[in-house]
Design a protein. Sequence first.
Length: 369
Amino acid sequence: MKKIPLFLPFMSKEAVKNASAVLQTPWIGEGPKVKEFEKKLVPWVGSNNVLTVNNATSAIHIALRLANVRGGEVISTPMTCTATNEPIINEGGHIVWADINPNSGSIDPADIEKKITKKTKAIMIVHWGGNPCDLTKINSIGKKYGIKIIEDAAQALGSTYKSKPIGSYSDYVFFSFQAIKIINTVDGGALITRNKSDWWKGKELRWYGIDRDKRKVQDTYWDYPIKVAGYKFHMNDVTAAIGLGQLPYLDGLLKQRREQAAIYRNAINESKTLKTVEVLSEAKPNWWMFTVLCGSKESRLKLWKKLSENGIDSGEAHIRNDLYPVFKNSKRDKLDGVTKFNNEKLCIPIGYWVTKSDVRKISDILASF
Ligand SMILES: Cc1ncc(COP(=O)(O)O)c(C=O)c1O
């Protein structure tokens, strides 16, 4: 039986056409399409300070460099893709794990505040499945202690908080356009900076310490005073052209996911066992993932089996990061919220490939569980 997949890439006809057109021009590297894509992202991310990159992991590296975390501590959440946390180690930061709210998967602002020390350089937060964290409390903590906030919005393109797009609030916010995200550029990402000065610095870090728009091209050589060692993290015109063909669909994709999520939520209200993630009143998720909280590990396995027998794929998506050997040197205490959420969560299919009858079938299973 062909299963309803948990994730499926979205690729519009225009994206395919655009990529093919760029591939037949002499300019396939970073060029005008990248600039055009960055401009088109502005209303979706609530800021003019957009830097596209080759993937969101690269954006994390740049954000951590800008936040100057080397040798300092970064408070982070274990409840995420390891892509959030591995760059902290690679950029020379020490991770201090904070607990999460087990009802939402979002980092707990009160626990963040408890874990601040003189060495804290940044706070990394993650919008699990595109469900916004408490940006008001978290940003006021950042302000109070003079600590930079980095928002992992890899999964949150199109989500809003207080009616403004995610991207409008913190020092650094990054998005992913990886294959299965709400829209993809095959691979890609964007970093949003609060300050223009960080945007300029980030632009240099993105490409070998050089702002490509500012280098002087002389007769036979180009000139630029390279002051910082950068990376090769830029987006190229082929992937940007794909993004330009995908963005016009974002509104419709969001609407569809929100309708599907509303049906799932109603079904879960009827279930004796299941719950879904709490959503803050200020927040409007993009529902990139729909997370069911099953009450226990055993009950999750039962639901997974039931869905599977009915041709429906489901899964945990990510597991807590703090127990991986790679993070053995990080600071860890009892993380009860993480344990509970990690044991209970199960993500079910949501997105353009889930038909109305699929939604009905899944909802019936949820309601009677
Ligand atoms: C929460 C989270 N952070 C970071 C990333 C890294 O994004 P990318 O694959 O674009 O590097 C991902 C997933 O891809 C993610 O889900």
